[in-house]
Design a protein around this ligand. Sequence first.
Ligand SMILES: CC#C[C@H]1NC(N)=Nc2cc3[nH]c(NC)nc3cc21
Ligand SMILES: [Zn+2]
Length: 369
Amino acid sequence: TKDNFSFELLATDGKARAGIFHTPHGPIPTPIFAPVGTQATVKAVTPEQLEALDASLVLSNTYHLYLRPGADLVAELGGLHQFMAWPKPILTDSGGFQVFSLTGLRKIDDDGVTFKSYLDGSIHRFSPEISIAVQEKLGADIIMAFDECSNPNDYAYNIKSMERTHRWLERCIAAKKRNDQALFGIVQGGIFEDLRKASAEFVSSFDLPGFAIGGLSVGESKAEMNAILDIVPAMLPNNKPRYLMGVGSPEDLINGILRGIDIFDCVLPTRLARHGAAMTFLGRLNMNNAIFAHDSRPITEECDCYACRNFSRAYIRHLILSKEMLAATLLSIHNIATLEKLVKQSRQAIFDGTYTQYAENFLKNYKTV
Ligand SMILES: CC#C[C@H]1NC(N)=Nc2cc3[nH]c(NC)nc3cc21
Ligand SMILES: [Zn+2]
């Protein structure tokens, strides 16, 4: 794994960092936002459009692809990069979060979990070894440790599930066979600083190519998330990428970068798009709104994405009201472009040593819904 992956820390500005994470499928400039392609597609967006958006990392999900079409089929067809025609870096989540959040969990024990398929209710088993084997068949560049995702507020249970997640990390490391995939450990511990410290120290004790902060963006308050982010990143090795799972909105990205996070992923830009909402640096625009009926302007004047270069707000509103599929494509392109622009501007500000001002200015103008 060593020679396939390396993290170059190029600049810091306070806790904010700018770098490059080198992978077998190319470099990932950080800070970076990764669109989510749960079932081996970023919904409503083609790989060609993602390339045009300068996306450099795309996520897919082990849980979903294991259930359909099956990891063996993906491997038979050349692995995820060939299967979804995405030649750049891919990250797969381990199924840890999904089996706990998406399905009626049947049973959890120290060996693994038994769960029901969200597709047909059939019974399946996941364990650290099974998750790693599936992720090795899928072939992503970055793979995640199999962790237990517990209620972030239950102290006693968090101790138990953190211990289990730590045992499972050791089993993931032992089960790994490929050396062209980077296994990221996941720091747990809910909203509890002492547990987070214990988890960060344990996970950091392994020489892994990168580290994720899990257990956030699972319903805790922004204040609770920021309090954890005020302390955890600095507990992780400075020379490895830090990945905040499932985050987030524009303001979450800014707050995460300010606290030393390098990699983000979230379904928000594409999910909002499918519900007719456009992301802007000032907040969200609900494109269904009648105020846009005669509005010939692009979604935002400053955006140079394909949607803003070619279409008016009135046209996009028409597509939404007509339930045309192009609405989801244009708004997804725009929303992904918006988050990629945010992280690109952040990276430049970190090189310029002006990130604090950039972040303050952004948060002042941004109206959280
Ligand atoms: C507890 C825990 C945990 C983390 N564990 C794994 N494997 N994946 C995650 C995905 C997430 N998505 C969101 N929010 C949308 N929070 C996440 C947290 C995790
Ligand atoms: Zn745009």
